[in-house]
Design a protein around this ligand. Structure first.
Ligand SMILES: Nc1nc2c(ncn2[C@@H]2O[C@H](COP(=O)(O)OP(=O)(O)OP(=O)(O)O)[C@@H](O)[C@H]2O)c(=O)[nH]1
Ligand SMILES: [Mg+2]
Length: 274
């Protein structure tokens, strides 16, 4: 039977309680948007627990952007490691760090991996373990229950289901790829929202990647359907199928997109002045 979302939050809180170290996996393309500050604070408030931020999927972002984000997060007092599960970048550094930050008197360390759906928690855990043990999929909400894995003699890791918090609005959720497209009430509309979101973060990139000129999101999806020869019986364009294909390609990382560190800094400054 499918579990309810609120049970996921409960599982995560429970796992945090049982762990000395919490590794928050964020999406390297959206280092600010994908932070779950509610859980970060829960860990940071507790002197017996340590927080490590794994900024994952950095294979999708230029090095200089990754460096800037790392600096920003470090300045905010966070212990951040830039990693890529896909390209196995800095994953052994992450494993060592999880042990390093544990309280000195603990020999056996429990670390739990938390974060939004689809940020790559299970993928990272598999790399740390050295073989596929935690199921991975390009489907947000894939991990549905906690799973405990022994990584080394000293280290065991809890994989947890991705959780969403209220502060992330529906448009941002679509951009972050935390929804299952096939479960959205109107995924064509969602694809329009996605086009809009991509435009905001990387103007002109869709024309560059797909060679499609467009004036509105619906026009983009229509032309995408044409380009991919998606037609229903009778020759009518299959907009629904096209929207799904487009969103799946986005979630797989086909479109280069990231939060701009400079914009974030400017907004942070403005907020501080208020
Ligand atoms: N490009 C890229 N993709 C990645 C990386 N790590 C994971 N992915 C992809 O992201 C998708 C989600 O990965 P999972 O490991 O299942 O993510 P999760 O955080 O466990 O997701 P939930 O269980 O839904 O919370 C999969 O398609 C992975 O292949 C990475 O470093 N780079
Ligand atoms: Mg998972």
């Amino acid at each position: 039977m499918p579990q309810k979302k609120r049970d996921f939050a409960k599982i995560v809180r429970n796992m945090i309680r049982q762990s000395e170290v919490v590794c928050e996996v964020i999406d390297g393309r959206f280092p600010s948007l994908s932070r779950v500050r509610k859980y970060e604070n829960m860990v940071l408030r507790n002197p017996k627990k340590s927080l490590v931020i794994a900024m994952n999927k950095i294979d999708l972002v230029p090095d200089k952007v990754v460096k800037k984000w790392k600096k920003i997060l470090k300045e905010e007092g966070l212990n951040v490691i830039a990693v890529s599960a896909r390209e196995r970048l800095s994953t052994s550094i992450l494993r060592k760090e999880l042990l390093k930050v544990a309280p000195p008197e603990t020999y056996f360390v429990t670390a739990c991996f938390i974060g939004l759906p689809n940020t790559g928690k299970s993928s990272l855990i598999n790399i740390l373990k050295g073989r596929a043990s935690a199921p991975v999929a390009p489907i947000p909400g894939y991990t549905r229950a906690e799973q405990v894995l022994r990584i080394t003699t000293r280290l065991r890791i809890f994989d947890t289901p991705g959780v969403l918090t209220k502060n992330i609005n529906p448009n941002e959720r679509i951009l972050l790829g935390t929804y299952r497209w096939d479960q959205l009430a109107d995924h064509v509309k969602a694809s329009w929202v996605l086009v809009q979101g991509i435009e905001k973060y990387n103007p002109g990139i869709l024309t560059e990647v797909y060679g499609i000129e467009y004036r509105s999101p619906p026009e983009f999806i229509e032309k995408f359907a044409e380009k991919r020869h998606r037609r229903k019986k009778g020759g009518v364009l299959d907009i629904e199928a096209a929207a799904s294909i487009f969103m799946n390609e986005y979630i797989q990382g086909k479109i280069p997109i990231w939060e701009d560190p400079e914009t974030y800094l400017k907004e942070r400054e403005e907020q501080e002045e208020r």
